[in-house]
Design a protein around this ligand. Sequence first.
Ligand code: GLP
Length: 243
Amino acid sequence: MNTPEFRVFGTAQAVASAVAQHIAAAVQANPAATLGLATGKTFISIYAELIALYRQGGLSFAEVESFNLDEYIGLPAGHPASFRSYMEEHLFSQIDLPANSGHLPGVEGDIEQACRDYEAAIAARGGIDLQLLGIGQNGHIGFNEPGSPFDSHTRIVDLTPSTIAANTSDFPEGEVPPPQAVTMGVGTIMQAKEIVLVAIGANKAEALDKAFRAEPSLDCPASALHNHPHVIVYCDQAAMGGK
Ligand code: GLP
């Protein structure tokens, strides 16, 4: 097992700033980097900081390609809670990433074929250089819920009631998340060359503890990261249980 490097900060804002600087440095070092991107509340302030760095100059996404972790199945195009809408609003529309370079899993038509195509598109880029991850309160990464095989790839998944409840606040009043999504698999994530996992807030402390202080277990998908050689965890003190 490998022990990830923890970088712990006093505030959520300090975490966001440090993660944005990490992403910017990766793109500056490799302007044609392939990024694995995440959504969720955690990443809103990170992308805002990254946009601020972009506006300062000396950072371009013109040669970057990105692949998001996941997307809901069954939302109409342009739905405000789709991860495509999230990415357009919080990042893509505000940087120079070319329109066709920001990929999300396909959720229309033959979805199983779209899953295979997604894996092939990542492989055609030579794999993901830097994968960003949040963590669910139940230890999920992407939408890999507890029980997800550690060698799983991009596929259709059922969301757990706890994930649907946790994400309901992202939806307009009176709506709930769909029951299914497409996610990169744990195995897809594990193939990334470098992984940055971000956890902010006391409600992530239990999942973070389970992920990295116990033996890897299917009950906690994030614990698979123990077997990856290059993981950095950025978190605040609250997510470390106040330590
Ligand atoms: C969502 C996403 C994950 C994300 C996690 C935490 O369901 N599929 O990729 O990391 O839950 O989200 P948040 O940052 O909003 O807590």
